[in-house]
Write a protein that binds this ligand. Sequence first.
Ligand SMILES: Nc1ncnc2c1ncn2[C@@H]1O[C@H](COP(=O)(O)OP(=O)(O)OP(=O)(O)O)[C@@H](O)[C@H]1O
Ligand SMILES: [Mg+2]
Length: 235
Amino acid sequence: MTMSPAVQAEGLNVRRGRTPVLVDLDFRIPAGSITGLFGPSGCGKTTLMRTITGLQHYRGGLQVLGHPAGHASLRGRIGYVTQSASLYPELSVDENLAYFARLAGGEIEGVVEKLGLTEVRGQRVSALSGGQRGRASLGAALVGEPELLVMDEPTVGLDPVIRARLWDSFRELAQEGRTLLVSSHVMEEAGRCDRLLLMREGALIWQGTPAELLADTGTDSYEDAFLATIERGNR
Ligand SMILES: Nc1ncnc2c1ncn2[C@@H]1O[C@H](COP(=O)(O)OP(=O)(O)OP(=O)(O)O)[C@@H](O)[C@H]1O
Ligand SMILES: [Mg+2]
């Protein structure tokens, strides 16, 4: 496996309208790993994800899978699970996955099985539980066999059992060599990641491994570590 990072930002800046939303970000996301993106509401997580997937104009350096973000050759190599559901509620799970598979040129059988969707594959998405819908959305991003998976709060609103199961799926995907970038508000989930990016008001305030975050802040809870890091920025 290549050791060059899947994503590398150098002096990345993004404005929305006249407002700077991402300011001078420098970071790297190693290939074949899970990176967690954390920060208060409005700090810029979704904007960063949109930028990496090529949906947002930016200035500065942003290399994704060896190309500048937004480059035509990245099409089909990135899967993006957005914060709001992107499935067609009136279609069945199978019909949705088949639609996305046609777009991406992939096939759905392996994905249905891997995500435990076999029992609900014939059901309309509108009739799924939150957890089933979460897995179906992930499935839609996976059918194209993307090398880089960008997931915006994929576990929000899910119960702890389903969240744990989803994180197990994320780990399996990383073990297959895929790179995952996952945003979340649930700080305990930081412990499931290989690396963390902590943001605040458009800036990257901390990056490193979960163990380094705890050591750095002298706490044993990710929640406390996160609050301590945010507080530090206020001084
Ligand atoms: N379409 C837009 N036009 C202008 N500004 C925007 C737009 N979308 C978001 N913003 C601003 O950009 C900033 C970052 O928003 P973003 O959605 O990236 O935050 P976030 O970290 O994903 O928040 P949340 O945790 O609530 O999802 C916010 O100040 C927001 O108001
Ligand atoms: Mg967001």
